[in-house]
Design a protein around this ligand. Structure first.
Ligand code: FES
Ligand SMILES: [Fe+2]
Length: 410
C-alpha cells in the first residue's frame, strides 16, 4: 500500500464530508467564558432541545419541571386536557414567582383539578395556560386577563421524545430541525421501554468536553478495558452526517478468550433467553444495521447540540433497548450530565435483578468515562494546547464543532 493510499484510508469517513474540513479543533470554544455567553443566546435559546419522554407524564394533569440553567429558566411540561403536552416557563405572570417549587433539576407532580396555583398570592392557572382566578381581582386598576396566562414555550414530540424551543419564533419545526436523522431513527417502539434508570452528576468541565468524550469510540479499548473486555474488537463504522446531527454504528465481532464474570454471564442469559427482553434486531429502523448483523452493538448518533440516543434494541447490553445521554451547561466550566437506560418492564424478580446488574455495569463504564472529563477541562484551561487533533472516527466531534461555529458565528 502506498503512503497516499494509507492516508486516504485513514480519513475514509472524514474525506466523504469535505465541507466540514480536516483540520485541527480549536480549544477556544471549550475554555472561553465569553463564547459561553454567546452559546446561551445563539444556540441554546434557538434550537430544539430534548427535555423528556411522554412516559414521564402519562396522565392528564401530570407534569415535569425541567431546569434549564443555560437559559436561566425552568420549564413546566404538562399533559393537557386534550392529552397533548403543553410547555410553559415556570414563572408566574403576576410578580415572577416560580409556579412550581423545584426539588432538583427535575421535579415531577400532578395538577389536581387541572389547575396550577402560585403559592405567593394564589393566582390559579388552567393547565392549558389561561389564568382562571385572581384573588381580589377588583383591587387591580386594570387587568387584561387574556395576557396574564402562563408564558408558553414551543413544544413538539418526536417518537415519544419531548422537545422544546425557547425561541419566540423558531425558524424551523422540530421535524425540519431533525431532518434526515429523524427519519433514520423513526419507527422503533421506544414507547414499549417504560422502565428507565437515570444517573446524573455535575461535572466541573465545559459541556462539550463531556459531549465529545461520549461521541467517539476511540477510547473504549483503553478506558473500558477492564469493565468491558469484550469490546476490544469494537468496530465503529457507517458514519452519516445529517446537517448538525450525525450518526454511526458500533459492531462487536465475537473474539476468543474473553473472560466474563459468572454474575454477568448468569444475569445476561436471563434477559437473552426471555422473548420479551432478547435482542429484537428485526425491530430496528430499516437504515440501522440494514444487514441485521448479530454483532450489532448499538446505533450511536449525536443529536445537535446536547443529546445522544443510543439505539441497541436489546443487542448492545442484555435487555437494554436504548440509552441516552444529555449534557446541560450550567456555566462555562460546569455541566450537568444525565445518562438514562431504558428496558421493557420486567415481569419477574430474576429479570429485575438482571436489569440491576446491567445498570451497574453501565454505571461503572460511565464512571470511567466521566473520570477523564474534569482533568481534560482543567488541562485545556492552561492554554498550553491551542488545538486538538482528531482521528477519522472522531468525525462526529468535528461535525458538532463545525455546526457549533455556524450557530455562534465564529
Ligand atoms: S407572584 Fe404568583 S401570584 Fe403573585
Ligand atoms: Fe465510554
Amino acid at each position: 500500500m502506498t503512503v497516499d493510499n494509507i492516508k486516504k484510508n485513514a480519513m475514509k469517513y472524514t474525506s466523504a464530508y469535505p465541507e466540514i474540513g480536516t483540520g485541527k479543533l480549536g480549544v477556544e470554544p471549550i475554555i472561553s467564558p465569553a463564547l459561553f455567553e454567546l452559546e446561551r443566546e445563539r444556540l441554546f435559546k434557538k434550537v430544539w432541545l430534548k427535555v423528556g419522554r411522554l412516559e414521564e407524564v402519562p396522565n392528564v394533569g401530570d407534569y415535569k419541571v425541567k431546569k434549564i440553567d443555560v437559559a436561566h429558566t425552568s420549564i413546566i411540561l404538562i399533559r393537557g386536557k386534550d392529552g397533548g403536552i403543553n410547555a410553559f416557563h415556570n414563572i408566574c405572570p403576576h410578580r415572577g414567582n416560580k409556579i412550581i417549587s423545584e426539588t432538583g433539576n427535575e421535579t415531577f407532580g400532578h395538577a389536581r383539578a387541572n389547575v396550577l396555583s402560585c403559592r405567593f398570592h394564589g393566582w390559579v392557572f388552567d393547565t392549558d395556560g389561561p389564568v382562571r382566578s385572581i384573588p381580589r381581582e377588583e383591587a387591580f386598576s386594570s387587568l387584561d386577563k387574556k395576557c396574564l396566562g402562563l408564558r408558553s414555550v414551543h413544544c413538539d414530540v418526536w417518537e415519544g421524545f419531548i422537545f422544546i424551543n425557547l425561541d419566540e419564533n423558531p425558524t424551523q419545526s422540530l421535524s425540519e430541525y431533525l431532518g434526515g436523522l429523524g427519519d433514520h431513527f423513526s419507527g422503533y417502539p421506544y414507547g414499549d421501554s417504560t422502565c428507565s434508570y437515570r444517573y446524573s452528576t455535575v461535572l466541573n468541565c465545559n459541556w462539550k468536553v463531556a459531549l465529545y468524550a461520549f461521541t467517539e469510540g476511540y477510547h473504549v479499548s483503553t478506558i473500558h478495558a477492564a469493565t468491558f473486555p469484550s469490546l476490544a474488537t469494537l468496530q465503529h463504522t457507517d458514519f452519516k452526517l445529517f446537517g448538525p446531527h450525525s450518526t454511526s454504528t458500533l459492531y462487536v465481532p465475537p473474539a476468543e478468550g474473553i473472560v466474563t464474570t459468572p454474575a454477568t454471564a448468569a444475569f445476561g442469559s436471563v434477559l437473552q433467553q426471555s422473548e420479551r427482553h432478547r435482542p429484537h434486531l428485526d425491530q430496528l429502523p430499516k437504515g440501522i444495521n440494514p444487514d441485521r448483523r448479530e454483532d450489532f452493538q448499538f446505533e450511536f448518533p449525536s443529536v445537535f447540540p446536547n443529546f445522544l440516543l443510543h439505539l441497541g434494541a436489546g443487542a448492545g447490553y442484555p435487555g437494554m433497548t436504548y440509552f441516552t445521554h444529555q449534557f446541560w451547561p450550567i456555566a462555562w466550566n460546569k455541566t450537568l450530565w444525565e445518562g438514562t437506560n431504558y428496558f421493557r418492564p420486567p415481569t419477574k424478580p430474576s429479570e429485575r435483578a438482571a436489569m440491576a446488574h446491567v445498570n451497574a455495569l453501565h454505571r461503572n463504564a460511565w464512571l470511567e468515562d466521566t473520570g477523564t472529563m474534569e482533568d481534560t477541562h482543567e488541562a485545556l484551561t492552561s492554554g498550553v494546547l491551542k488545538e486538538l487533533v482528531l482521528m477519522d472516527e472522531e468525525l462526529m466531534i468535528r461535525n458538532t464543532d463545525y455546526h457549533w461555529r455556524r450557530y455562534i458565528g465564529v
